[in-house]
Design a binder for this molecule. Structure first.
Ligand SMILES: [Zn+2]
Length: 237
């Protein structure tokens, strides 16, 4: 199954309900959380690259209109820190393609986007960046060199925490890279702190948390967050 057949995927991705036509593959190969499986990750990346390419060429059908999915947005009182667990230099197109699959296709297959019955319909995120529909889970992406990239406006609810109540009132900040078993470079940690200082100054220190503190079953943003670099980050805000 891990032999990437571009034609197979591309043919299906051109239908508005592409996720239904690829349900078996998405369910078995894309939705499970895996950490140490380079073959599977390489396969996923071939699919994500194709999806990013089709999105860029506007050849993957998306909804032309849809409901306002951000009506439950609350003032931001929480910041959730993530890592992408992807290549640190990942393109934003690729990151959006990953969100399209892992967050949006997942909800459309479950036939439930905030109570809307959606299965079979083309996907709608309600989120736009530079005139294009985007599927980012996070509000910010912080690069290893400290560059901060705005992904979602703060008026948008990011689907990042795996907890809807927290999503409605939080900003998601992702450090680009895989920090499962490594500590992020200091400029990256300090940049995340600067973003919090500049954009979310009213968030209390106790409300700056790692994804793993919201969802105890996950390891994001990595093994060293709680004991090593969380304090560095919080003390730099
Ligand atoms: Zn996370």
């Amino acid at each position: 199954m891990l032999d990437f057949q571009r034609d197979y995927w591309e043919t299906r991705l051109r239908f508005p309900d592409w996720y239904s036509r690829l349900e078996d593959e998405l369910t078995s190969l894309f939705f499970p959380v895996v950490h140490d499986d380079p073959r599977l990750k390489a396969f996923r990346n071939q699919v994500y690259a194709l999806i990013a390419e089709l999105l860029a060429r506007r050849e993957l059908p998306l909804a032309a209109a849809g409901p306002d999915l951000d009506t439950a947005r609350q003032p931001v009182d929480t910041v959730v820190i993530h890592h992408t667990e992807e290549d640190a230099a990942i393109s934003l197109d690729r990151l959006s393609a990953i969100g399209l699959v892992r967050q949006y296709a997942f909800q459309y297959l479950a036939d439930n986007v905030l109570g809307h019955r959606v299965r079979g319909q083309p996907i709608w995120s309600n989120h736009f960046r530079e005139g294009q529909m985007v599927f980012f889970a996070y509000h910010w992406l912080i690069r290893s060199d400290g560059t901060a990239e705005r992904l979602l406006e703060d008026s948008y609810i990011g689907w990042h925490a795996g907890d809807w109540q927290i999503n409605t009132r939080s900003a998601g900040i992702a450090l680009s890279g895989n920090y499962e078993a490594a500590i992020p470079p200091l400029p990256q940690i300090e940049s995340a702190a600067r973003v919090i200082h500049s954009y979310y100054p009213h968030v209390s220190r106790n409300s700056i948390v790692g994804h793993r503190e919201v969802r105890k079953d996950l390891t994001c943003p990595g093994a060293y967050f709680l004991e090593t670099w969380k304090d560095v980050l919080v003390n730099s805000v």
